[in-house]
Design a protein around this ligand. Structure first.
Ligand code: ADP
Ligand code: MG
Length: 439
């Protein structure tokens, strides 16, 4: 029966978006088949709900084709077996609470993380991972745009594990710190020490892994560390701004290792979640933000939560410095300057550069007259973005794209706008480029 389910999974892999397949379907296994009912083991109740909501139709179709119309499906949640034993012999009271290692920020915890649709999967994966280090999702790979809470979640995992087991050897490091330490140890001829540090851990949390891309020696070293920890069933958690496959200049063997556990993405938060975050942060800091102000901030700041916090702090600071109440007028005044500044530095050349990098184009491709499809789409998307983001006029944009007519810009804008409604590839491209522009 497991074979039946494995066959079904292979079929499902063809129809379900690969990111989603790896995240939701891949980790499941079949338990048994009784009275025409196939029991499928899922890692948590969240998975069961999620799969039912999103993939039940596809699963039924595939199953019916393979096993006939009578077959039914049931999800069984894997009973959790916490792997980190709380080393109990010494009474807890004698066990003095250890200070959190300095790399951890005390305010980053699961409790202070506001869960909404955009991040619930990442959150629940991280929590399950923290409860079952080394045994459940290994590696856990979290990815998402700037300021969406990756570091917050990665640190929450480490902190949770340390709370359960203060003796666990947990290390949090960002990949650029990893690179710097490696270089310095190579220079001092202390590679053994470097290896000992990283290969004797229970939990390795590597934030922003994209920074090791293009660095051969670092990738080599990381690969061996990864393997050693992985085979010893030690937990590895990785965060990145991109899906493994999409990180340029990252070795294929690392890409496939990173994708071999659970991948969870964090999307930009919706309005309600942003407002909930504002409320959570303001009450944690001991002040109140009126709801109309919270709504205004959440609408103004598109996705980056760090920026949302920054704006909130700015509004509160202005109120306190001037003795005025925190209200909508004050919030609007305070943010006005910030937002016109923001807009200014995303200009047409910057958009062109991002589009060029994203599609790996050559410098003149966006301006050339070449009408091949793999240039036309990026060019139209770039023009669309210029019209949406900058204050440039249609003729100005046309000029920046090799002297095209303003009507071409207009047409491109309308076409992309319409295509975005149905073309998911285009939509993904746009989201990725906006992310590169930190929008
Ligand atoms: P990233 O690592 O993805 O760039 P961070 O984890 O540094 O983002 O998050 C940026 C800021 O936003 C942090 O202060 C973090 O606490 C806050 N934040 C992001 N998402 C949430 C959330 N869902 N709930 C509470 N705070 C959040
Ligand atoms: Mg971060």
């Amino acid at each position: 029966m497991n074979l039946l389910w494995e066959e079904c999974k292979q079929e499902l892999a063809k129809s379900i978006d690969s990111h989603n397949f790896v995240s939701y379907i891949q980790p499941t296994t079949a338990l048994d088949m009784q009275d025409g009912e196939l029991s499928i083991l899922v890692p948590s109740a969240f998975f069961a709900d999620w799969i039912e909501k999103n993939y039940m139709k596809a699963i039924r179709e595939v199953l019916v084709a393979k096993a006939g119309p009578e077959v039914r499906v049931k999800f069984v949640v894997d009973p959790q077996k916490p792997k980190v034993e709380v080393r109990a012999p010494a009474p807890v009271a004698r066990h003095k609470k250890k200070a959190l290692p300095p790399q951890f920020k005390p305010q980053y915890s699961f409790d202070s993380f506001v869960v909404g649709k955009s991040n619930e999967f990442a959150y629940s994966s991280a929590l399950t991972c923290a409860k079952n280090p080394g045994s459940k999702y290994n590696p856990l790979y979290l990815y998402g745009g700037v300021g969406l809470g990756k570091t917050h979640l990665v640190q929450s995992i480490g902190k949770y594990i340390l709370e359960q087991n203060p003796d666990a050897r947990v290390l949090y490091i960002s990949s650029d710190q990893w690179v710097n330490q490696l270089i310095s140890k190579i220079q001092k001829g202390q590679m053994d020490e470097f290896r000992n540090t990283f290969r004797n851990l229970d939990v390795l949390l590597v934030d922003d892994i994209q920074f090791i891309a293009g660095k051969e020696r670092t990738q080599e070293e990381f690969f061996h560390t990864f393997n050693e920890l992985f085979h010893a069933e030690k937990q590895i958690v990785i965060s990145s701004d991109q899906f493994p496959k999409d990180i340029k200049k990252l070795e294929d063997r690392l890409k496939s290792r990173f994708a071999s556990g659970l991948i969870a993405d964090i999307q930009a938060a919706d309005l309600e979640t942003k407002i909930a975050i504002i409320n959570q942060k303001s009450s944690a800091n001991g002040y109140t933000i009126p709801q109309d102000v919270a709504q205004f901030l959440a609408e103004t700041i598109k996705s980056n939560i760090r920026e949302l916090e920054g704006c909130m702090a700015r509004v509160v600071a202005v109120a306190s410095l001037t003795g005025r109440p925190i209200d909508l007028t004050l919030a609007k005044e305070t943010l006005e300057g910030v937002y016109s500044e923001e807009k200014k530095h995303i200009d047409t050349p910057r958009i062109q550069k991002a589009v060029m990098e994203y599609y790996s184009l050559r410098p003149n491709d966006l301006k050339s007259k070449n009408r091949s499809r793999n240039l036309v789409i990026p060019r139209q998307l770039a023009m669309y973005l210029c019209r949406e983001i900058t204050d440039d006029s249609l003729p100005q944009i046309g000029k920046a794209f090799g002297g095209r007519d303003h009507s071409t810009v207009l047409h491109s804008h309308q076409k992309v706008k319409k295509d975005l409604e149905s073309n998911t590839k285009l939509y993904k491209d746009l989201t990725a480029i906006k992310r590169m522009l930190e929008l």
